[in-house]
Ligand binder design. Structure first.
Ligand code: CO
Length: 210
């Protein structure tokens, strides 16, 4: 059985480096976590939440799945949102998509060309949520080049998932109780490492039912 020794070596070096800079870092962090942010992002290995925004362990609570989708009945995602909002009292929920997203690309290909093989994949069901987004915005996407279509669908997916977060019972309850909670929609460019705010966010004063 392979042991992945390199990763354990990396881990020791990382822990030592942090302890050199702040000897009580892990001791303090082990007492409690009090992150201000919940990050909902893509599982893509090129989009690591903490590193992109340069935040240390303990500063961001993270949920990732393929194509950063917030499904109304996904107990995993909903439980993360509930824990973050009700227990951790995060002030911000960030839905972050990224250009070059393989999930978005796969959904586009599937919609356009149908199944390339006769194999039916489990992930096709998940990508159905992206196909829904494309259908909601059919008019806007019509006529765009393939590249522009992909980029815009990445953005529209974030915009729709922000709406889904805003419509969860957890966020609605928090807002009704006066919580200082803002939902943000961002997109990350894997070509230059830069984040962009899609300005599609909401807080208690702008909350809407979509
Ligand atoms: Co992705």
């Amino acid at each position: 059985m392979k042991k992945l020794a390199k990763l354990f070596k990396n881990n020791l070096q990382w822990a030592e480096k942090i302890k050199r800079e702040d000897p009580s870092f892990f001791k303090n962090l082990s007492q409690q976590q009090a992150p201000e942010y919940l990050w909902i992002g893509c599982s893509d290995s090129r989009v690591p939440a903490n590193q992109i925004v340069n935040l240390a362990p303990g500063e961001v609570f993270v949920h990732r799945n393929i194509a950063n989708v917030v499904v109304h009945t996904d107990l995993n995602c909903l439980s993360v949102i509930q824990f973050a909002v009700d227990i951790l009292k995060v002030k911000h929920i960030i839905v972050c998509g990224h250009y070059g997203c393989g999930g978005i690309h796969a959904a586009m290909e599937k919609t356009k060309y149908g199944h390339k093989t006769k194999k039916v994949c489990l992930i096709d069901n998940w990508l159905g949520h992206i196909e829904d987004v494309a259908r909601f915005h059919k008019q806007e996407l019509k006529g765009l080049s393939k590249k522009q279509h992909h980029k815009r669908l990445c953005e529209l997916n974030v915009i729709e998932q922000v709406k889904n977060v805003c419509n969860t019972s957890v966020v609605n309850k928090a807002w009704n109780e006066g919580a200082d909670l803002t939902i943000h929609g961002w997109i990350y460019d894997i070509n230059n490492g830069i984040l962009k705010d899609l300005k599609t966010g909401h807080d208690r004063s702008t909350k809407r039912k979509n």
